[in-house]
Design a protein around this ligand. Structure first.
Ligand code: GDP
Length: 449
């Protein structure tokens, strides 16, 4: 859906605006740890406009009001995900250097920006609103997120930006364009290889291309920045996407390259299966989490490749340790396949390609309705949903609405009363029962008419 990121320095009222726009639906915001460690997302509504909103709040300003690297990264991620930006300032405070720094981000994004002068209730905000013209982000819209003022004007401006909504197809109907088993087995699998700079993405791709016949070079029609190549690996077709790895780079560029969220996101969106490449010499950290978050958010199948395995001396136990770490960091995609490889030596590549094919199959999986409901009854029986204000919550039945990734609707008595933790229980239980490792699983709730 149309996605808006709320950008601005801390304390300008971003979260208040987020809460106002998400309103009653807040209960359905996914608060899975990991998914939203750095940002909150919610289904927002303003008048008849429906959109997704991303809040980047929750981090403190660095020492002496400086911007922390994390804050910048978080803003960069939100901007990459968004179709348009709400840039929020505190109209009572006037502009600070940090406002200007964030405004630079917003301008460079080349996406539509609405400048919101918040805390403008009464006449308080006029000074800041006047000053804000200097940001070069257009006319400020004076709002008060807390008191709900200025929402009419915000609606008018947003309506101009948003595409005219098309009638959404009824999710309960099975999607018309269902892939046959034949197609799943034979179509080229679209694979993106992402990860931090120097993890060994290019090396691995070069190994693959060197071993096997390169069928075509850069695909026409894709954007300049994302290059793909077709690969026939032992009789199976793949299309590999990589944003940086396939480009020729000078040694110096290579060293200076930084992780670009926008690049990673582009590759992820092209792909069906994403290989997240890690360097066996590095620990799993923040930057990796940012990428895996995107993969989960975009609903792609995930394979973890631990590269430079040739450098690991004590191999015993390391995969087990990685498994524990991965399940901790990625609670929403438990049991991700982990493959140890050396792109340089060509070790483990067969297993990597097999894991990609297996994940792809799982990502395409349809579970027969009877088996699904048998599991559902058991899962509810073993661990009934909690009662809410003394009333028992009734979950009636479940149905799979689509694959790629496997997505389900649970019909229930009160959709807003089912805690996220219970949904997570169902997801994990389903993942185990039907052996669905490494794919996001979407379960949404619907009230029974
Ligand atoms: P990218 O930025 O992810 O594309 O990483 P590169 O493929 O450019 O690799 C970064 C550095 O790691 C290069 O110096 C590679 O030679 C080295 N490298 C890549 N894969 C391996 C591997 O499997 N083993 C070892 N020892 N070095 C590797």
């Amino acid at each position: 859906s149309y996605t808006i990121a709320i950008i601005g320095r801390p304390n300008v009222g971003k979260s208040t605006l987020f809460n106002r726009l998400v309103g009653q639906k807040l209960a359905l915001v996914d608060d899975t740890p990991g998914v939203t460690r750095d940002r909150r997302e919610g289904a927002a509504r303003l008048g008849d406009l429906d959109f997704t909103i991303i809040d980047t709040a929750g981090l403190d300003e660095g020492a002496k009001g400086s911007l922390t690297a994390r804050m910048q990264e978080q803003t960069e991620t939100a901007i990459a995900l968004a179709d348009a930006l709400f840039f929020v300032i505190d109209a009572r405070m006037g502009l600070t250097p940090n406002d200007r720094a964030f405004a630079d981000f917003a301008r460079r994004a080349n996406k539509p920006v609405l400048l919101l002068a918040n805390k403008s209730e009464g006449k308080h905000g006029e000074i800041g609103a006047m000053e804000s013209y200097a940001l070069g982000l257009g006319d400020p819209i004076q709002i008060s997120a807390e008191h709900g003022e200025g929402m009419g004007e915000l609606y008018d401006e947003l309506a101009k930006l948003m595409p005219v909504p098309v009638e959404e197809e009824d999710e309960e109907e099975p999607i018309a364009e269902e892939w046959t088993d034949e197609e799943i087995a034979t179509r080229p699998i679209r694979v993106a290889i992402v990860g931090r700079p120097n993890a060994g993405k290019s090396t691995t791709i070069n190994y693959l291309l060197g071993e096997e016949r390169l069928l075509t070079s850069p695909e026409a029609g894709t954007t300049r920045d994302s290059i793909s190549v077709e690969l026939d690996y032992k009789g199976r077709d793949f299309r590999l996407f990589d944003t940086a790895g396939l480009r020729r780079r000078s040694r110096i560029e290579e060293k200076l390259e930084k992780l670009s969220v926008a690049d990673a996101l582009r590759a992820i969106r092209f792909a069906e299966v994403v290989v997240m490449m890690m360097d066996s010499q590095n620990k799993f950290e923040e930057q990796d989490l940012r990428i895996t978050d995107l993969i989960e958010r975009e609903g792609r199948a995930l394979v973890l490749a631990v590269n430079k395995w040739d450098l690991v001396e004590k191999r015993g136990g390391m995969i087990g340790q990685l498994r524990t770490e991965a399940d901790h960091w990625l609670p929403q995609i438990k049991s991700v396949p982990i493959v140890a490889i050396s792109g340089l030596m060509g070790e483990g590549i067969d297993r990597l390609m097999a894991a990609i094919q297996e994940s792809y199959k799982i990502w395409n999986k349809r579970i027969p309705t009877a088996a699904l409901n048998r599991w559902f009854e058991d899962a509810i029986g073993n661990n009934p949903p909690p009662a809410v204000s003394g009333r028992r919550l009734k979950l009636n039945y479940i149905t799979q609405t689509k694959a790629r990734p496997p997505s389900f609707v649970v019909f229930c008595s009160r959709a807003d009363a089912v805690p996220t933790s219970y949904l997570r229980y169902l997801t994990n239980s389903m993942r185990e029962a039907f052996e669905l490792p490494g794919t996001p699983i979407r379960i949404t709730l619907r009230e029974k008419a």
